[in-house]
Design a protein around this ligand. Sequence first.
Ligand SMILES: NC(=O)c1ccc[n+]([C@@H]2O[C@H](COP(=O)([O-])OP(=O)(O)OC[C@H]3O[C@@H](n4cnc5c(N)ncnc54)[C@H](O)[C@@H]3O)[C@@H](O)[C@H]2O)c1
Length: 361
Amino acid sequence: MKAAVVGLGIGMAHAAGYLESPDAELYAVCDLLPHRLQRVGGTFDSGSMLCLKQLFDEALLTKTWQEIGVKIFTDIDLLLADPEVELVSICTPDFLHAEHAEKVLKAGKHLLLEKPADIDLDAAKRIRTAIQDSGCRFGLGYEFRVNPAIEKLRELRISGVIGEVRAISLHHFRTPFKHDKWNNWIQQRVFSGGLIVEETCHWIDLVRFLSGKEIDSIHCTADSGILPETDFEDAVFINGTYREGGVFQIAHILTGFDFDLKIAVHGSQGTLWCALKDEPYSILDNGETSYCGLVVAGQPGMAREKVQRWTWGLEATEPWNIRELVKRVAESAAQGVEPPAGIQDGIESLRWAIKARECTI
Ligand SMILES: NC(=O)c1ccc[n+]([C@@H]2O[C@H](COP(=O)([O-])OP(=O)(O)OC[C@H]3O[C@@H](n4cnc5c(N)ncnc54)[C@H](O)[C@@H]3O)[C@@H](O)[C@H]2O)c1
């Protein structure tokens, strides 16, 4: 299956996925910025995408795209007019998602769309209609669903080891958004939807994915007083309830100095605990642990030696997860299996993100 990537920021992780996929080949890339289209390593000169460099063979980085047999485009319409293209990753800024997704589907190509589905709920629903009309396969960029630690949490929950999920708490502490995005789109609510729509959507997706339950109500308090450069919330606290019973809580802070994600899934018979970092020896734990992903499963009062523990290395970090998601969506497009996340997951998480944001403005 011949694949193309539109938008070469995080789109570079998509390119790495297609280069590795047994179901797809990287056929073309498309961007507006000349330096991203010159050398394969062009994106990595500017900072926030540096963590993706490790997904590529060093020797590839100094080559031009043409030298490695990949076509380049500056116009998405010309790319989509190429009959060879069968599968497209849309990795453009959030406010362009529905517009670009509809173009891809109308051209009859399978689609992998980065999150959020869009910043507007009606636009996201239009994508759902376009998928139905086109008959094409679709996957959404919720890569935490294929993080091995998150997959372990879900597998343990489904096995029944903690009984019924009654409460989930998720805490994410991260560094501010960088200033090297195209036209600084991410710092402006009108282009990114703000923190809750842009990124908390991942965590709203995970509280659904990990519980197997649908959200019934949501409440949010937020503050925007720490970072001067964004025109939206930088500290977000969400509480919610599930339709099938139980509660969840999300804390999401954009003003940190490292990456830290903690999730606890409390069931009627036990608890699952998970920690994710983005490097094995983190400043947050004084460099004392060597994992990037940790899952611990136990029950109240259990002897310490009976508590189970699993760890993962770099494969539990975001760059690896995005590359893995791309491979799974290529497999889904080529072989008709279900993708890790679909448009309904995008719509549900966006619907609740917008409802949460409404409490704050
Ligand atoms: N799944 C994840 O965890 C994850 C992580 C980072 C970013 N993202 C998502 O990926 C998307 C892109 O984010 P980013 O950080 O890479 O931003 P970015 O600004 O670094 O990259 C976007 C690229 O799109 C290009 N572009 C804009 N309009 C275009 C057009 N009409 N045709 C062709 N190219 C166009 C820009 O030139 C730019 O290079 C966003 O939706 C973001 O939410 C997802």
